[in-house]
Design a protein around this ligand. Structure first.
Ligand SMILES: C[S@@+](CC[C@H](N)C(=O)[O-])C[C@H]1O[C@@H](n2cnc3c(N)ncnc32)[C@H](O)[C@@H]1O
Length: 273
């Protein structure tokens, strides 16, 4: 737990306001690959009230609406909410904080969060909030990236920063990026939060990149923590890191594109009482 979560929360908020215009194109085709498994895990179907927290450009909310669910998407970045409304004008997107959900208790049958957990200053608070707004019997599911040894794109970027640049740049301290990549830790966290029937699976996502530079571009402009670390590098270090990531991606060339393994962890659970 962070001593003072406010600096990291403010850093993430500013980062997402800045990244909103790039994120959808940079990561959307990758993160949407979890939609079926995530929505199956919460039983998203006709008439179910579903809240998608940290909804970003709205891909999961739209997929849930496509299954007939009654959907609300919630994100704390105004620019993300605007982007989601522009893409999916028929869906109800609202601005709000995962750590203090602006809904009454027992308001939803299902709560989802796709790749939001690792951006929160207080993820345990967000999990408690998800449980509060679920009705008894309601289902919760979230995804995070697998660790950098498996999520190859992240591994490449982090290794290149560590060996060719400076990874210890002064950023507000946040929770460990890969905390929920560990199945046992995730299971314990959900059980301690009062959830039952906890299940944790790995999903085999693949990053389809049109060019060998696309991964480095995505890390530079489409996210927050890694983008901030990259911005803090010297020009020479940044060029070396970019070249190393490009060479790493080139190893995954296939039929004129690049297919980089980026597995995710899907955790799901039920609110019983
Ligand atoms: C990696 S993006 C995921 C977007 C989307 N769920 C997807 O599947 O592509 C993380 C999103 O979480 C949002 N976010 C981060 N912290 C948040 C918080 N405390 N409350 C609500 N949204 C938050 C960001 O604004 C951003 O849109």
């Amino acid at each position: 737990m962070l001593v003072d979560p406010s600096p990291f929360h403010a850093f993430e908020l500013a980062g997402w306001e800045r990244a909103a215009q790039h994120y959808g194109d940079a990561f959307g085709p990758l993160t949407i690959q979890t939609a079926d498994a995530l929505l199956e895990a919460v039983g998203a179907a006709g008439g179910k009230r579903l809240l998608d927290v940290a909804s970003g450009p709205g891909f999961i909310a739209a997929a849930a609406a496509g299954r007939g669910a009654i959907v609300v998407g919630l994100d704390f970045a105004g620019a993300m909410v605007a982007a989601a409304r522009a893409r999916y004008p028929a869906i109800d997107f609202r601005e709000g904080d995962a750590e203090a959900l602006p809904f009454d208790g027992s308001s939803f049958d299902a709560v989802t969060m796709n790749f939001g957990m690792l951006h929160l200053a207080r993820p345990d608070m967000a999990i408690a909030e998800a449980r509060r707004v679920l009705r008894p019997g309601g289902r919760y599911a979230f995804t995070v990236w697998a660790g950098p040894d498996k999520a190859i794109g992240f591994g490449m970027a982090l290794r290149a920063i560590e060996t060719l640049g400076n990874k210890d740049v002064p950023l507000p301290e946040g929770p460990p990026f890969f905390r929920f990549s560990d199945a046992g830790a995730t299971r314990r966290t959900l059980e301690q939060a009062g959830f039952a029937e906890v299940a944790v699976h790995e999903l085999p996502l693949t990053w389809h990149l049109a060019s060998a530079d696309a991964a480095f571009e995505a890390f530079s402009h489409g996210g927050v923590r890694t983008a901030a670390v990259l911005r803090a590098q010297t020009p020479a270090a940044l060029a070396a890191i970019g070249a190393a990531v490009r060479r790493g991606v080139e190893e995954y060339a296939k039929d004129g594109a690049y297919l980089v393994p980026m597995p995710a962890i899907l955790a799901s659970a039920v609110r019983l009482g």
